[in-house]
Each structure stands twice: as C-alpha cells, then as structure tokens.
Write a protein that binds this ligand. Structure first.
Ligand code: BDP
Length: 703
C-alpha cells in the first residue's frame, strides 16, 4: 500500500459477500455504440468488480442472468417508468438498478449520456465498497439515482509552468510541461479516473498567478494533449490567464479591455485555442489582485474586463471565471480599510453587469481560506450574477500536509449557510445553483495534488480531494457520511477501522481552529509561507498583511471590530444576519473576534472571561491533537504498516506543533494583555522571544 490507488483500491469483499457478487457480475454487456467514455466505464467495472469479487467479469454481447449492463436511455427497450426517471436525471445523472431486461435479471447502469454511464459505474463501485449491510444492498438491490446539483465542478491547480506549485505540499506539479505534448504520463489517466469517480468535470491547469506564455502556441499544444487524455472522463480543460498577456507578448500596444485591438487579439486567441481544444472550458482570471495586472490599470471595471474576455469565448461556448479575491492597502496610513469588506464593495455594485458566460468566483470567506471564516457576504448579494464557490483543498493555512485536518466540515459549514437572501432558506449551495434568479454558477477547489506517490503528500489529505468532489456533486451531503465512504474505500470497510477513522477525521478541523485561531481570530500565521504562529508580526510592507492588523490585540482587548462602531463589514450580510452580528451577545462564539473587539474580561456564555476562554481553546486544541494521536495508535495495528507509520509520524508532529502554536500565542497575548495566566494554565515552555526568533527558510509552497 503506497496510497497511489486513492479510494479506488477495490480490495476483495469479505468471503460471504464476494461469492454473492461473483454471481451478479459474470459478464459486462454494453448496449449500443461504443465510445472512449464507455470503454473507460467498462475498464473501471472490470478493474473494480475484479478486485471486489475476485473474478473479472468477461465482456459479452447479449445480457444473461448475472450480467452487468451499461446502456444509454436511447438503447434500452421501452419502459415508461424508467424513461421518466431517466429524463429527470439530466445530462450527467445515472441510474443503477436490478431489473429484468430481455427476460433476464441483470444489474443495469443507465443514463442519458456516456458520461452518465461512467459516473453510474463509479457510483455502484463506491456503494459496493461501503461495507457490511450497505455492500450487500449494493449487490442485491442497488437503487442508485443521482444527478449533480451544479454543472461546473472544477479543480483549480495553482501549478506553475516550471512544475512548482503555489501552496502545494505534495511534490511537483503532475503536469510535466516540458515533456508534453509528446510524452503522456499514465498518471494523467489515473488523475482523470479519480476525478471522474467523484464527478469533477473540469481542471484549470495552471496557477491564477499566471504567466503570459501559457497562451503561446507550444503551451496550447501541451494543454491540448492533456485535454485529449481527460476528455473520455468528462473533464474539460481550462486555463488561468494573465490580463496583460497580449501586451507582454508584444502583440498589442496596451491591455485596455475597451481597445478594439485588444478585444480582437483575445478573439483570435480564443479561436486558436478552440482549434486545438474544441471543448475547451474557458479562462480563470485573477486581475487587479495582489499585484496582478487588470482592467483597473486602464480605469475600467472588473465587468469591462470579464465581459471582453467573455465575448471572445462565447461563440465557442466557453466561460470566464472572474475572481472576486481583491483587496488593496489603505490609501493613507492610519486609514481604516477592512480587507474583509473590499470584495463586496467592489463587486456588489457590478451585479447584473456581467455577460451570461461570466461566473464570478468567490472564496468561501472574505479573507483567505482561514481555518474558520464567516461565509463571504457576496453569496446571496449578487442575485443577477452567476457565482462560483472557491474552496481551498490544499491546506495553506491549516498546517500544510503535515497536519491532519479533514475539511469536509469546513466545506459543509459554508455550503449549508443560510444567506437569508430573499428570506429564510437560501443556502450558499442554493445560491450557486441559481436559486435566486436562475444564474447558475459552480464550485471550484484549489487542488492539493502533486507528484507525490500518494498524490496529496499525506494519505489523509486524499480525503479533502474526495470530500470536495462529493460535495461538488451533491452539496447537501453530510461531511461525516462522506468521511465514512472515504474511510471504507481508502482504509478498510471493517467497521472497527472505518468508524474509528471517521471519528478521528470529524474532530480534526476544530482541533486546528482551536490551536491556531480560536474564537474568530484569523491570519496569525507566519509571514509568506503561512507556517506556524506569528501573531506579533507588525512590520510588513502592507498593513493588511500583518497579523496585528487582524487580531488588534492591545491592553484594552482583542478582536477586529466589524460592527457599526468599526468597519461595519457586518452590514454586508442580509439584514437578519447583520443584526445578529452587530451584537457580541448574538454573534456565534466561534466568530466572536472576527466581528468584535472586546475587553479581555468580557464575560463569555461559559462564565469564563474572554482571556480564560481563549487559553482554554488553545489548551483544548493541544489536547485534541494528543487525542487524535492516541486514536490512531489504536487504529494502526488494523491497517497496513506503511501508511500506518506515515500517519503516526505526521500526528506526532502535529501534536508538537499544536503545542508550539498554543505556547507562542498564549505567550504573546499574555504579554499584550498584561494579564496573569488563568489559574491552572501551564506556562509556555519558552519565553516569547524564543518563538519570535524561529525562522523557516525553504518552507514549501511559497515561491
Ligand atoms: C492566497 C495565497 C496566494 C494566492 C492567493 C490567491 O497566499 O498564494 O495567490 O491567495 O488566491 O491564499 O490568489
């Protein structure tokens, strides 16, 4: 076991189940014409059923008892009930059932399209691996029917053309740009299989901090080669583009979106791309953000920029994903400019001004992928614009691949959040699906995948890729159920292992919140690389890059006042939510210091003072990290030694680093507050100056 197989391990089912499955999968029959996608589905079924049942089903032309039948709706004999059900499943949905076909009992995988058949095959294989009673049901009476809630389900790779990865902790980029397009690593196909198993249907190949060269002819040819590998698996290729590309390639005199020569250049470029990649997905753009060029350099708006690109792509069916991740430093020193409020300020007024094929891509929270953030206020606030969720699957701010943090609960928290847009009951997931005015968006995850043998650096980080994909397909799934599926497939369907792994995963994200940034604190991480605690940093070139800007700890208290007496960013939420956030007593405690600056002796619902509560959270985080280590020690004898040992080493490091986070933050906040440690709290192991002296040259993921 080296983790390469991900959740597609297909280990043999326990003996009793194995025989039953064998009887059901004697042959694989495909009705109707063949295609590369159906070939992929058949191969996956052979591989998966072969592993699970211990006998590989043979291909056959006519169904007989014990056949698995793959069939498009159009190739099935008439059946009004089935036809109605299939119609409701759309272009990507599937149906798996036990049924009579041409007089014999078969397992039928049916869909309207080829990709639906591939998704259905994966869904059945997943159900078969679930364990115990669920596996038995999947053998005897599968009844699976599903369609995705969102049409665009993408991974964003922050991969550079030199194969380094911005915020990547799992080796180099899997895209070997130098060898492409001539040499195709088989890993590309396995990448496609893994994504298709979840329903991910797009990949942005390169970093949002993009280089002009990615749109040069040689790189278009390289992207086309990847597109050809990914196509049978339903995955479209997209590219991040740099706003000033035509200017940098010396092919226009400026990059003004309203200059016809610039628009004509992009039109020609789009035509060129589509000649090479007929199903090219479109562009992802980071503009006028963190030093990247953009339309504002020419006095134009984000809408002007996005729309110009959108018009170039529209004739080919492509889209523009325009990022709302924008913030600028305060214009004058001492001036209050709340980074958390700026995207809303810039984008809200552009609602309804984007072309139909523009999707505005918004990070889950208003700052930057913190262990916990409130939901971004733009969700629900732009009814006339299609919005795309941007999650970060790679754990830039959650301990890289060295800490175990299952992100399912973080994703779930954001997707289920009720925006109250237009009244109660419009969740973020509903907003993405166009519930407000029919503008359908999508979901993107910043990938955590690299050239590491196990793809994600740590085995448990595979779960974050998995959970992202499953929630992208069905944002209403629960993160605990997803963890169960993943654990059964990746570790073992034996409930002793599966349930213990789930229990470990489900506490992990909150542990990280507690030992890094409890009670709504944020951005206390080390400069640049974002590894480790550095709440004392206050001397960076931009004030809004300093941790002190975010926590505002002083003698009088701690926290960022985003209520009406401060930046009033709280007012960007729907009125009922804003009202609750204005008052510390009705602000969710886990976000208290995100919205309020409060005295150290502020009384918490627990009866403790804020200072005592803060230290208690840090202590709980460390205790949780210790408990996770102990939990793994019990699971480890039941799993394979190689992965078992790797996880154990990472958890030991996580525990030590949780202690470091706690000690450094407690030492710093104690110095700032001037307060004694709460009774019973253990003093930090070292003086504050020790933590301040630590340096981390060559920390990964930071170019
Ligand atoms: C931050 C990262 C930075 C990215 C930026 C972005 O620190 O590396 O370029 O976001 O999303 O999370 O553009």
């Amino acid at each position: 076991e080296d983790g390469y197989q991900l959740w597609l391990r297909y280990s043999p089912l326990p003996a009793g189940l194995r025989e039953r499955l064998q009887a059901r999968v004697a042959t694989i029959v495909q009705l109707g014409a063949d295609s590369p996608t159906l070939r992929a589905a058949r191969q996956e079924l052979q591989r998966g059923l072969g592993g699970l049942a211990g006998r590989t089903p043979a291909p056959a032309v006519a169904p007989r008892a014990g056949s698995v039948v793959l069939a498009r709706a159009a190739d099935l004999p008439p059946s009004p009930a089935r036809e109605a059900q299939l119609r409701s499943l759309g272009q990507e949905g599937y149906l798996v059932q036990r049924t009579r076909l041409h007089g014999v009992e078969v397992t039928l995988i049916a869909a309207n399209t080829d990709i639906g058949l591939l998704y259905g095959s994966f869904a059945w294989l997943r159900a078969l691996q679930a364990g115990a009673a669920d596996s038995l049901a999947a053998i005897n009476a599968p009844a699976l029917a599903s369609r995705p809630a969102l049409p665009r389900r993408l991974l964003d790779h922050w991969d550079n053309l030199d194969r380094s990865i911005e915020r990547g902790y799992a080796g180099q980029s899997i895209w070997n740009w130098w060898e492409l397009p001539d040499i195709l690593d088989p890993r590309y196909t396995d990448y496609a299989r893994a994504n298709a198993s979840l329903g991910i249907n797009g990949a942005v190949l390169n970093n949002v901090n993009a280089k002009a060269e990615v749109l040069s002819a040689p790189f278009i040819a390289k992207a086309a080669a990847l597109a050809a590998v990914l196509r049978p698996y339903g995955i479209r290729v997209y590219l991040s583009v740099r706003w000033s590309t035509p200017l940098e390639l010396h092919e226009t005199r400026n990059a003004d979106p309203l200059d016809p020569a610039v628009a004509a250049w992009w039109q020609r470029k789009a035509d060129e791309i589509y000649r090479a990649i007929p199903d090219f997905g479109g562009f992802l753009v980071k503009a006028n953000s963190e030093g990247q060029p953009g339309p504002q350099d020419y006095g134009r708006s984000h809408a002007d920029g996005a729309n110009m690109l959108a018009r170039a792509l529209a004739p080919h069916g492509g889209i523009v994903m325009w990022r709302a991740f924008v913030y600028s430093p305060p214009a004058r020193p001492g001036q209050m400019a709340d980074r958390a409020a700026q995207a809303y300020e810039q984008f809200k007024r552009l609602d309804g001004r984007f072309e139909r094929n523009v999707i505005v891509q918004v990070k889950n929270g208003p700052i930057d992928f913190q262990p916990r953030e409130p939901v971004h206020p733009l969700f629900g606030a732009m009814p006339d614009t299609a919005l795309m969720m941007e999650f970060q699957v790679t754990k830039e701010y959650l301990g890289f691949a060295t800490h175990l943090a299952y992100l399912g609960p973080l994703f779930e928290e954001a997707l289920r959040f009720d925006t109250r847009a237009g009244g109660v009951g419009t969740s973020v997931a509903d907003v993405l699906a166009g519930a407000q005015a029919g503008h359908v968006g999508g979901i993107a995850g910043v990938a955590n995948i690299g050239s590491s043998r196990n793809w994600t650096g740590a085995d448990f980080d595979q779960a974050n890729w998995y959970a992202f994909g499953r929630l992208a397909w069905d944002p209403k799934l629960g993160s605990a159920a997803i963890a169960g599926e993943w654990a059964a497939q990746t570790w073992s369907a034996d409930p002793r292992v599966r349930d213990a792994v789930v229990a470990l995963m489900m506490r992990s994200r909150e542990a990280v919140v507690d030992y890094m940034t409890p009670l709504g604190l944020h951005h206390l991480m080390g400069t640049g690389h974002h590894h480790g605690p550095a709440p004392w940093v206050d001397d960076l070139e931009r004030p809004d890059w300093n941790p002190t800007y975010y926590h505002r700890a002083a003698r009088d208290g701690i926290g960022f006042d985003r209520s009406a007496s401060g930046s009033n960013a709280a007012a960007q939420y729907a009125p009922e939510i804003a009202r609750r956030l204005q008052d510390p007593a009705t602000t969710p405690p886990e976000l208290l210091l995100w919205f309020h600056h409060l005295p150290w002796d502020y009384r918490m619902p627990s009866g403790r003072t804020l200072w005592e509560e803060l230290v208690a959270h840090y202590d709980r985080g460390v205790a949780e990290a210790a408990a996770m280590q102990a939990q793994w020690a019990r699971i480890r004898p039941l799993v394979d030694p190689r992965r078992g040992a790797d996880v154990a080493q990472r958890l030991a490091r996580q525990h030590a680093e949780a202690q470091w986070w706690r000690d450094a933050c407690v030492a710093y906040f104690q110095q700032v507050s001037g307060l004694p440690l709460p009774p019973g709290a253990v003093p930090p192991a070292h003086p504050l100056s020790y933590y301040q002296s630590l340096r981390f040259p060559y920390a990964p993921g930071h170019g």
